[in-house]
Design a protein around this ligand. Structure first.
Ligand code: PHE
Length: 339
């Protein structure tokens, strides 16, 4: 067979191979190899050039070059078309279900803190923040809790160094605020506090409080009661029952604790209120003049009240959470319920 005949034969097989390729009846790589591979049909043509007449060689070489270019162009065009349609098929499958993206939710403790901040902001309280690491002076000394005072035993403290500790209550922020501001004062100070307590369903080594401080002229204990009653009604509803019990805190005098009556409607109510239906949610009292003295306020001119709310207890009561540890574990299934 002459070279020319062979070339036209290859052209016609390629034409039918190309048709089969278009119908996906042949494999792309195999076809490419069959024609353009090192031992492919086109390479064989080149090796036959040596056996033809010298005068014919340039012309024949040119024809083979054109054939090679034609085959490779046609294959490349077809392959790139195939790839585009294959990519479309994998990227856009309209029958697949959509991706469900989960929205986050606000932590129940943050929900409670925000709600309480809103209620107090309506009666003129603004928010300030103290630091969780503080000195013995701000956490105890300036609040009339000197060294060896029995009240220190009420709050088992984590010490970082001698005189540097994790605050055991937000009352430390009262002292910082009063050192830097003059009366009249109406502030809330929410935040984390730490106590070295045994971990159980009811207690944890950290928890959250909101401190309230009010300093002005002629402030009375009934102002304090009225404010807390307003808060309880706004937060728990107008029918909520509250009671004050006398208590003791070195930094307030007189002092009290406030309980709310939640009732005994569910098993978790029994557990959280220890079967009484009542739950203590805060400590409060009239600021002890000794505290005012430590921040150089004129005790003849100014007086005031303070209170410290326990956030976890309120959250557990409100949402029926009977294990405090759920609040710190970050379990998405638990947290997702507070949307
Ligand atoms: N700091 C007290 C506690 O942690 C609560 C409190 C705050 C009491 C302010 C009176 C006034 O128990």
């Amino acid at each position: 067979m002459s070279l020319i005949d062979e070339i036209s034969k290859i052209k016609s097989i390629f034409k039918s191979d190309l048709d089969l390729l278009k119908e996906n009846k042949l494999n792309q790589d195999e076809v490419k190899y069959k024609y353009l591979g090192r031992k492919g049909l086109v390479s064989k043509l080149y090796s036959k050039l040596s056996s033809i007449d010298n005068k014919e060689k340039p012309k024949a070489g040119k024809i083979i070059n054109e054939l090679k270019l034609d085959i490779s162009n046609k294959l490349n065009t077809l392959f790139s078309e195939n790839n585009v349609s294959q990519n479309h098929a994998t990227k856009l499958d309209h029958s697949l279900p959509g991706l469900r993206l989960n929205n986050g939710s606000i932590h129940p403790l943050t929900l409670i803190i925000n709600e309480i901040k809103d209620i107090f902001s309506k009666i003129g309280f603004s928010n300030v923040y103290g630091s969780e690491i503080d000195t013995d002076y701000y956490n105890f000394e300036a609040l009339n809790i000197p060294k060896h005072h029995p009240a220190r035993d009420m709050q088992d403290t984590f010490y970082i160094e001698k005189d540097i500790l994790l605050r055991t209550h937000t009352s430390s922020s009262q002292v910082h605020f009063m050192e830097n501001n003059n009366p009249p004062i109406r502030v809330l100070s929410p935040g984390r506090v730490y106590r070295n307590e045994d971990i159980s369903v009811r207690s944890y080594c950290l928890f959250h409080q909101i401190e309230g401080l009010y300093v002005d002229k002629n402030v009375t204990f009934s102002d304090l009661k009225g404010t807390l009653e307003y808060f309880a009604k706004e937060f728990f509803g107008p029918k909520i029952k509250i009671r004050f019990r006398p208590s003791y805190f070195p930094f307030t005098e007189p002092s009290a604790e406030m309980d709310v009556y939640w009732g005994l409607n569910s098993e978790s109510d029994y557990r959280i209120t220890k079967g009484t239906g009542w739950l203590e949610i805060l400590g409060c009292g009239m600021v002890n003049p000794k505290v005012f003295k430590s921040v150089n306020y004129d005790v003849k001119k100014w007086n005031g009240y303070a209170f410290g709310l326990g956030i976890e207890r309120i959250a557990m009561l409100k949402y029926g959470i009977d294990d405090i540890r759920l609040l710190y574990e970050g379990d998405i299934n638990f947290l997702g319920q507070f949307k």
